[in-house]
Design a protein around this ligand. Structure first.
Ligand SMILES: [Zn+2]
Ligand SMILES: [Zn+2]
Length: 721
């Protein structure tokens, strides 16, 4: 897992931003003249800025963007001190006003290029963690987002869609477009002018009076509602709208079916009915036609016994009705719910009668799941590529409504149980955010985790299975982590390869993946696309040297994959023979589960002190908490000890802070660059050898390379078969 984020192209140009808003322009040019006064030794008038902050703040960040530090700005300097303490998470107590002041400073810093969008997200998420009553924060946030969007766009429609991107990116709760009007007025941005549109008026009515949802939507075509609402209505409400219309759609479709019609004729009749009543999510196709949802479905066709054998035992019961109604699909749609970036993988493959989902992750950075589309509620089966939260962390939320099965290979089912239960306990998905029925993420509940675990089907590498009508899949070892799979998917002759996270390089755990090159569509993991290659041999040599000269050693590491890799490196280097190597907590449980073995021991009872000889591998790769954190704190002032960070460190996490010099320490610090993804050169070579259309996902790259497609969120590829 390398949870990089969707990066918003922010203005990083230094100086006063160009904007149509006179209020914002005045604010910045005033700061410019203030700065001139200050450099002449004069004082700034004691007036307040647009967020109720001291006028010094903007001057301070403006000076900083020109690489000046001005000591005389006392108020700004003291707010900046607080901001830095918040960034390193060392404040014992922080008031709402402290946080708001820091966020304001951070906002100006972001606009002026002193901070990036991840820093801004960190500040907002810090406030989520530390401020129970969010009213003041949310009020500030809406205004801040209007400002952020207005320094980039002039058109109010564009300002509003920029705001929506930001809301998604930071993982904010739902706000109506209407709620930005007041802030727009204060900043000279005419939000009201777009609120008057028919679409947004409808959104406003639906979100304000969800109790009258049925009355408001009944009799209206779904296409019209979805088009109007899809950008600004909470997913949970869209899902409710769908259930109301879906029930009516099938009820009325029943009337067009005569008793003498067979499956094929019934299918065509329902299709015609859906077209006429616009039971569609876009103009080019109708919703999947699931005859089994009719109040009294026609008798199904007999199932071909050969096909029946292809269906895993556990799937058969659930699939029987739909398999009986299966028919050759005339079109396939690939819908990219998780967009192009790393964090919340999710791809839907829709056929005429249903479909499957490839992965359903959750972003650890903002606790978001893939985007919702109506077809998400009409799939038959979920295929999960491997046991990392960015690929399966959203399953408990999906299973709140979904009653089908999910499939994976090897130990992934067991890993899912460990990961999801842990996420539930530590609150990864729904942190201190209150229960919100408009928010799908707050459906991550213990019951749902249990439902996920109960509905798992294990597949085997190399063995084909029909997992949904007409969809035959063959899992292939992706060599990313134990149990990771790429899926070769055959839909009546159209071949789609989904690589999931994969590694072609040879590593200590795997020989390197060998994937087919003949798929019509290859959807691949581009984590290291276009980046420098890494030298795995050098990493272990370096590690060997550090370990030989230090003790004890603390290695914070991700529980799934990375810990097993580190342990195997230590084993191969012979270190496990002459030092006491221990693995603790979740890392230990996962290592036992996946069956990677060596001369180390599981730390059964948590050791309070490490001895000179000890080497501890413990979960919490970003040093966020747990045993790794405890032992780092214990050893940080011991020059004989060493801490070895390995793998991805999200900005502003304790591990990142340590690596970037924000955490004082006397112990030896090292970073082992390891990766469970293909190196850039091998990835390029493989992709060049693929004959079909190439689609890159799971990548930090922002612009699609030549000859490769990178999908937007909810983008569809429609294939006529
Ligand atoms: Zn991943
Ligand atoms: Zn992964």
């Amino acid at each position: 897992m390398t949870p990089r984020v969707h990066v918003i192209a922010m203005t990083t140009k230094k100086g006063v931003p160009k904007t149509k808003s006179k209020v914002i322009r005045t604010l910045f040019s005033k700061a410019e003249s203030d700065l001139k006064q200050v450099t002449k030794g004069k004082l700034i008038p004691d007036e307040l800025g647009v967020f109720g902050e001291s006028r010094e703040f903007l001057v301070f960040e403006l000076a900083k963007s020109m690489e000046n530090a001005i000591e005389s700005l006392e108020k700004a300097n003291s707010a900046n001190k607080v901001l830095l303490e918040i960034f390193t998470d060392v404040r014992e107590e922080t008031s709402v006003s402290d946080i708001l002041q820091s966020m304001t400073l951070g906002l100006y810093g972001l606009i002026l290029g002193n901070y990036n969008e991840e820093d801004f997200r960190y500040l907002y998420r810090y406030s989520l963690k530390h401020v129970r009553n969010q009213n003041k924060i949310e009020n500030w946030l809406r205004k801040a987002l209007v400002m952020l969007a207005a320094v980039k766009h002039d058109d109010v429609k564009e300002i509003m869609s920029e705001i929506r991107v930001w809301l998604q990116f930071i993982g904010a709760p739902f706000f109506t477009p209407e709620s930005f009007v007041k802030h727009g007025e204060e900043l000279g941005v005419d939000v009201k002018s777009v609120i008057e549109s028919e679409e947004l008026k409808l959104v406003d009515v639906l979100t304000r009076h969800p109790q009258y949802l049925r009355e408001a939507v009944e009799g209206r075509p779904f296409l019209e509602l979805y088009d109007a609402c899809k950008d600004w209505t909470p997913d949970a409400l869209l899902s409710e709208i769908l259930s109301i219309i879906r029930e009516n759609a099938y009820k009325s479709a029943q009337e067009v079916i005569r008793p003498d019609m067979n499956v094929a004729q019934s299918f065509e009749a329902v299709k015609g009915h859906f077209e006429k009543t616009q039971f569609q999510s876009h103009k080019k196709a109708v919703m999947p036609i699931r005859l089994q949802e009719l109040p009294s479905p026609p008798p199904g066709d007999a199932i071909d016994p050969v096909i029946f054998e292809l269906i895993p035992q556990k799937l058969r019961m659930g699939l029987l009705p739909s398999v009986a109604y299966s028919r050759k699909t005339k079109s396939i749609e690939i819908i990219f719910l998780g967009g192009p970036n790393i964090g919340r993988s999710g791809i839907l493959i829709k056929t005429d009668t249903g479909g499957i989902l490839l992965d359903f992750g959750i972003s650890v950075a903002n606790h978001r799941i893939p985007e919702w589309v109506p077809e998400l509620e009409m799939i038959d089966t979920v295929l999960v590529s491997h046991g990392h939260l960015d690929h399966l962390g959203g399953l408990p939320i999906l299973f709140d409504k979904f009653d089908g099965k999910w499939c994976s290979v090897g130990p992934t089912g067991g890993i899912a149980k460990i990961l999801l239960s842990d996420a539930q306990k530590v609150g990864t998905p729904a942190p201190p955010r209150k229960f919100d029925k408009l928010d799908l993420v707050s459906r991550f509940k213990e019951d749902n985790v249990n439902k996920v675990i109960a509905n798992h089907v294990r597949l085997e590498y190399g063995k084909s299975n029909e997992v949904s009508p007409g969809i035959v899949v063959t899992p292939i070892d992706a060599c990313h982590i134990p149990g990771s799979a790429a899926y070769s998917i055959d839909i009546e002759g159209t071949k789609i390869l989904y690589t999931g996270d994969f590694n072609i390089d040879e590593s200590v755990l795997f020989p390197g993946a060998s994937l087919p090159t003949d798929a019509d569509y290859v959807i691949f993991d581009g984590t290291y696309w276009g980046r420098d290659d890494f030298d795995r041999k050098k990493v272990s040599e370096n590690m060997s040297n550090i370990i030989a000269n230090h003790g004890p050693i603390v290695i914070p590491s991700f529980a799934v994959g990375r810990s097993q890799e580190i342990l195997t490196i230590l084993e191969n280097l012979g270190i496990t023979k002459n030092r006491k190597v221990m693995v603790a907590g979740m890392a230990n449980r996962v290592t036992n589960l996946v069956g990677v073995e060596g001369n180390w021991e599981g730390m059964k009872k948590n050791k309070v002190h490490l001895d000179k000889d000890d080497i501890l591998v413990a979960g919490g790769g970003m040093l966020g908490g747990g045993l790794a954190r405890h032992h780092f704190n214990e050893q940080r002032n011991n020059p004989d000890a060493a801490i070895i960070l390995c793998g991805y460190l999200a900005p502003r996490t304790p591990g990142w802070n340590l690596l970037h010099g924000y955490e004082p320490h006397d112990c030896k610090l090292d970073y082992a660059r390891l990766s469970a993804h293909s190196s850039a050169s091998n990835l390029q070579r493989y992709i060049d050898s693929c004959s079909g259309k190439r689609i890159m996902v799971h990548t930090p790259i922002e612009k699609a390379p030549k000859g490769i497609t990178m999908p937007e969120y909810r983008e569809r590829i429609i294939i006529k078969t």
